[in-house]
Every structure is written in C-alpha cells, then in structure tokens.
Write a new protein. Structure first.
Length: 215
C-alpha cells in the first residue's frame, strides 16, 4: 500500500517563488503541494478545504503578515504544522514567529535539500531553525534569562544599571553624573541594592550580582 504523502500548502506573495517551491516538491515521492496562496486571506480560505499537513509561510504578505497568519492558523483545532520561510533574520521576526506557534523558521537562502528535510522533520513532530539563526536565538535566551534573574532578585532596571557602573569602577559622583541623580540618591540606592542582594557593601553586592548572573 502506498504511504500517504505529506500535504503541503505554500503561502508567499511572490508567484515565482511559489512556483519554484512547488516544482521542486513535486519531485519528492512523499510530498504533494495541495494548495498555494499569495496572501493571508486566500490562505485561510484554502486551509479548511485542502487540509494541508504543513504550511510554509512568508513573513511579508501584505495586509496581514506571516506571524499573524501563523497565530490564526495555530488557534484552529487540528492546526497544521507551520514553517516560516523568509529572507528576514531579524530577532523580532524570529521571536514573534516562535511565540505565534511556528514549528520552524527557515531562511530562503537555505538549500532546497534543507527545505525538503525540514518538511519531513516538522511533519514528524520536530522543531527547526536555520543554523544561521541559532546564535540569535541563544542571545534571546540569555536576555530573557537575565530578565528573569533580575526579577527574582527584586532589582529594578535602574538598579541593574547602577550595578554595572559599580562593576566598571564608577564612584558615587560618576554614577550621579551618568544617571542624572544626586549623590545622596545614589548612596541610598546603593544601600538598597546591597540589602536586596544580602551583601554588606557595594563590592560584595557587585560580586553577588555577577554570581547570580544579574550583570
């Protein structure tokens, strides 16, 4: 018995790109392009009738972008897998797509073999990023982790900034000038910081902040 093919829908506002991907996928014995759309509205209309297993989605689609479309698709019962396939490697697009529920984010500069492999992997339940995007994702992870550590420490953004200045060797007057505060305010803030970090002085406070990963 013939194995069922992976049903693919291509959503991209460039017809030439859609045709190219469709032509390439037609050579894959385990895949079948069941629908294509040039905008989000057409994609949503095609979705119910064609029931794709995986949808490739471009970021730029006119009135509704690919991230918004992904979020709408993923809100449906039995939603298909979604692969963002884009030229944009910006952090905001990558994070937005993953938060919207995208199962993969691939750059159009990747080879066709990468796309075919990704379609099979995503259909099988895996998640995937282009290799070029991994450093961006790691930086985002570290940023979010630092924010969580900061919240857990009870420190404000201003206090973290002050700790960084202290770590760089800034004196009270230097901090006051840099942050447009009075020296009295800086001294009070430093004392509050040392208390929050269970330190006895500013040197210990900086050391504790470094140990916790706050700075």
């Amino acid at each position: 018995m013939e194995q069922p093919r992976i049903r693919v829908m291509i959503v991209d506002d460039h017809e030439i790109f859609r045709r190219g991907v469709k032509s390439l996928l037609q050579d894959e014995e385990d895949m079948r392009v069941v629908a294509e759309a040039g905008n989000a509205s057409d994609a949503l209309n095609e979705l119910a009738g064609k029931r794709p297993d995986v949808v490739t989605i471009d970021i730029r689609l006119g009135t509704m972008d690919g991230i918004q479309l992904t979020r709408l698709i993923k809100s449906r019962p039995d939603a298909p897998k979604c692969i963002i396939l884009s030229t944009y490697d910006d952090r905001q697009y990558l994070v937005g797509a993953l938060e919207a529920g995208a199962d993969a984010y691939l750059l159009k500069t990747n080879s066709y073999e990468t796309l075919a492999k990704a379609l099979r992997a995503i259909h099988g339940g895996q998640r995937m990023l282009s290799a070029e995007l991994i450093p961006t994702m790691m930086e985002e992870y570290k940023r979010v982790a630092a924010q969580q550590i900061q919240r857990d420490s009870g420190l404000t953004a201003q206090e973290v900034r002050m700790l960084r200045l202290l770590a760089d060797g800034a004196r009270t007057q230097d901090i006051a000038d840099e942050m447009a505060l009075t020296e009295i305010t800086v001294k009070r803030k430093v004392q509050e910081i040392t208390t929050k970090l269970n330190a006895s002085n500013r040197v210990q406070a900086v050391a504790e902040a470094v140990r916790r990963g706050v700075i």
